[in-house]
Design a protein around this ligand. Sequence first.
Ligand SMILES: Nc1ncnc2c1ncn2[C@@H]1O[C@H](COP(=O)(O)OP(=O)(O)OP(=O)(O)O)[C@@H](O)[C@H]1O
Ligand SMILES: [Mg+2]
Length: 235
Amino acid sequence: MTFLHASEMRGGYGSGADILHGCTLTVQKGEIAVIVGPNGAGKSTAMKAVFGMLNLREGHVHLGGEDITQLSPQERVYKGMGFVPQTHNIFPTMTVRENLEMGAFIRNDDIEETIEQVYELFPAVKDKRNQNAGELSGGQRQQVAVGRALMTQPKLLMLDEPTAGVSPIVMDELFDRIIEVARTGISILMVEQNARQALEIADKGYVLVQGANAYTDTGAALLANPEVRRTFLGG
Ligand SMILES: Nc1ncnc2c1ncn2[C@@H]1O[C@H](COP(=O)(O)OP(=O)(O)OP(=O)(O)O)[C@@H](O)[C@H]1O
Ligand SMILES: [Mg+2]
């Protein structure tokens, strides 16, 4: 079942030139979809477009069969989207626990169970819960950012470079946690600079170039594609 269907997105920032030139992204229920591509290709812009932070000049975004193209980011959170942006994805001067509480901003029910689930997924987040998030290591901050997004109990979790600036071991661990999240039925749409490793865990991969889909296939097929390997995966 197609859960996210963002079709033929075209648009840019404000009244500026188009950055996206007909970009299409789909994610099935419980699937991990990964977007890779060169710097400046428009990967973050595509994520923002899916989340409603960009006015599309063309194209549509459907979630669970519903057209949400006109909805604000906050309305999309109510519909089940959780977004971890590439930068500024935590509140550094608030404690880790406060970050999680802030993540639950749309909820007025009891959030303790979800906080416990985040602590279970990321034990380091639990250990550091009373510390300011800004004092954490890069990898721990990314865990807080993912945990914060999980607080709204999203059906689609969108991650823009969750492993940026972390060591290979921490990256592997984070990918394992992301797989764990997907197994609970949450769909994942993720941008990754560590293209090879990310495509290894991807059900579906997108290579984005200049705001448009250059290649779309299973993660395994993209990893095996000689052209993709040569041009985007360093051989
Ligand atoms: N807030 C903004 N206002 C205007 N232009 C922007 C803005 N953010 C990004 N751009 C432009 O949009 C283009 C695509 O940028 P984007 O950040 O989406 O690329 P990216 O694929 O995520 O790159 P990276 O791998 O470096 O994160 C770039 O030319 C960039 O200069
Ligand atoms: Mg980016």
